[in-house]
Design a binder for this molecule. Structure first.
Ligand code: 6PG
Length: 250
């Protein structure tokens, strides 16, 4: 696994590096096959990054398929819907064929049913046969202050999932919405993972993850076997890792 930590003082440089990386990863994928596949996260952090993508010229949207890394089990117009964020900051601003956008269908049935349907949709779109794992070209993730990533929370049994592509996650005790998430093996079969972290409140958790202090944190368990992993970070989020990570690029 190839691991890269990139810290930027200037927020515009950070977004521009994300857009460049996206372009490189999409270009490499499309030299090998017809379609570039990416799964995106919600949360607050990615908004400026997705807006940056939307402004970039000559990204191959016609040959790009967009999925969600996780979703809250709420209607698509709900303020907490990840699809809503992605629609507003990216999809509504780019020329992507509607059939290339793959939201989680949260409009019917239970979270478990929605997770199964989403797994089927991924299988169909990525032409999976048998028990093959999907290999996304790129998965964009955030990290919560408790070390969660996508909807994989510390100590949650879904972290042990070894067979399914997707899972329903119930968080009733925390008062959070139920969720649908891609599972850890999917993240670990991806070609590239980009973690986006901004703000001082992410400094401590990023430090812990990069120093390998707590290997059971969900974000620390994301290690794409034969892929690359990038931490794209602003100066505030990177303030506790510079000294111990000499490979840091600024
Ligand atoms: C979500 C995410 C989640 C997020 C982290 C960080 O649905 O909320 O996919 O895993 O990436 O919670 O969230 P912020 O970017 O809001 O800090």
């Amino acid at each position: 696994m190839d691991k890269n930590l990139l810290i930027f003082e200037d927020p515009d440089d950070l977004v521009n590096r994300f857009v460049e990386l996206w372009k490189e990863i999409a270009g490499a994928a499309l030299r090998e096959k017809d379609e570039f596949t990416a799964a995106l996260s919600g949360g607050k952090t990615p908004d400026p990054f997705y807006r940056g993508l939307a402004e970039a010229v000559d990204l191959p949207w016609r040959r790009t398929h967009l999925f969600l890394a996780d979703e809250r089990f709420v209607p698509p117009d709900h303020p907490d819907s990840n699809y809503r964020l992605i629609r507003v900051s990216l999809i509504n601003r780019i020329a992507i064929p509607p059939g290339n956008v793959h939201p989680v269908d949260t409009g019917r049935g239970s979270p478990e049913e929605a997770a199964l349907r989403y797994g089927d949709e991924i299988g169909r779109t990525l032409h999976l046969s048998g028990n093959a794992w999907p290999v996304f070209d790129l998965i964009v993730l955030g990290i919560g202050e408790d070390g969660h990533t996508a909807s994989l929370f510390p100590g949650h049994p879904v972290l042990q999932e070894k067979n399914e592509i997707t899972a329903a996650v119930f968080l009733e005790k925390s008062g959070r919405h139920d969720r649908i998430t891609l599972t850890l093996p999917v993240f670990n079969h991806a070609k590239t993972i980009i973690f986006l972290l901004t703000g001082r409140e992410k400094a401590s958790i990023l430090g812990q993850i990069l120093d390998g202090e707590n290997k059971s944190l969900p974000a620390a368990m994301v290690k794409p076997e034969s892929g690359s992993i990038y931490f794209l970070v602003d100066a505030a989020a990177g303030s506790e890792v510079r000294k111990s990570n000499p490979g840091t690029t600024i």
